[in-house]
Design a protein around this ligand. Structure first.
Ligand SMILES: [Zn+2]
Length: 226
C-alpha cells in the first residue's frame, strides 16, 4: 500500500513536471505563424534554428535523439526546460526515448516583450546548450530513475544543484564553455530579469568563476592529451 502510494506520488510529481502549458497557437496574432524545421530527428522553430543547430553541433551523441523544441508563453521559474515526454518514459526504451525542450517565446522585460531570438547569439546558444546538457544527463538514466529524479528535483535544492551542475558540466565538457559563460553573464548582468530568478541562477547553478575554472582544467587536459 505504501509502495502504491509512493508510485502514485512519483507519477503525480512527474505529471506536474511534464504537464503541458498553454502553447502559442499556430496562428497567434502577436507572433505570426510559427514555422518549424526538421533537422536530425529534431523539430526546431525557425526563429531559433540557427542557434539550436550550432548548440547541437557540440553534441554529436544527440544526433539521432528525438527532441522537439516547443514554444511556451511562460515557464515557471525558467526560460527553457528540457524534459522527456511522459508517454515515452513508459513506452520507449531508454535508447528511443523522446524529449522536448520548452522555450519561452518572449521574455517579459520591463520595457515590454522581448522575443527569445533577440537574446545575444552566444548567450542563446549557451542557453540551448545547457538544456542539451540535461538531455545528455537523462540519456544515462533509466525510466524509473527519471521518475525519482523528477520527484526529487522538486523536493530538494541539493538535487537541483546536482542536476544543473551536471547540465552545465556536459555543455562545458562538449566545448561550450564560452557560450555557457556568455549565458550566465547575460542573465546576471541584466536588469530585466527579476532578482528571484537571478538568485536562483547564482545559488543553484555554476558560477562564472566555476565555469572558467572548469574550462581551464578541460583545456589543460586537452593540451596534455595532444
Ligand atoms: Zn537547467
Amino acid at each position: 500500500m505504501k509502495h502504491l502510494f509512493y508510485s502514485f506520488f512519483l507519477i503525480g510529481s512527474i505529471l506536474i513536471l511534464i504537464s503541458p502549458h498553454k502553447s502559442y497557437s499556430q496562428d497567434d496574432k502577436s507572433n505570426g505563424k510559427s514555422e518549424f524545421i526538421e533537422y536530425q530527428n529534431k523539430t526546431i522553430p525557425l526563429e531559433i534554428a540557427e542557434a539550436t543547430k550550432e548548440a547541437l553541433s557540440y553534441f554529436p551523441e544527440l544526433e539521432d535523439v528525438s527532441i522537439d523544441f516547443v514554444y511556451r508563453e511562460k515557464i515557471k521559474g525558467a526560460v527553457m526546460q528540457a524534459q522527456p515526454y511522459l508517454f515515452s518514459l513508459f513506452v520507449n526504451g531508454k535508447n528511443n526515448r523522446k524529449y522536448k525542450i520548452k522555450v519561452t517565446r518572449q521574455l517579459e522585460f520591463a520595457e515590454g516583450f522581448y522575443p527569445i531570438e533577440d537574446v545575444p547569439y552566444d548567450a542563446l546558444v549557451g542557453w540551448i546548450g545547457h538544456e542539451l546538457g540535461h538531455v545528455m544527463d537523462y540519456l544515462n538514466r533509466s525510466s524509473a530513475n527519471m521518475m525519482h529524479f523528477g520527484a526529487k528535483y522538486f523536493l530538494s535544492d541539493k538535487k537541483v544543484v546536482e542536476a544543473e551542475l551536471t547540465a552545465d558540466g556536459y555543455a562545458i565538457g562538449c566545448g561550450m564553455g564560452h557560450q555557457i559563460l556568455a549565458n550566465k553573464n547575460y542573465i546576471l548582468n541584466n536588469e530585466n530579469f527579476e532578482d528571484d530568478y537571478k538568485d536562483k541562477i547564482k545559488n543553484l547553478y555554476m558560477s562564472p568563476d566555476q565555469i572558467l575554472t572548469l574550462q581551464k582544467v578541460l583545456d589543460e587536459e586537452l593540451t596534455r592529451q595532444n
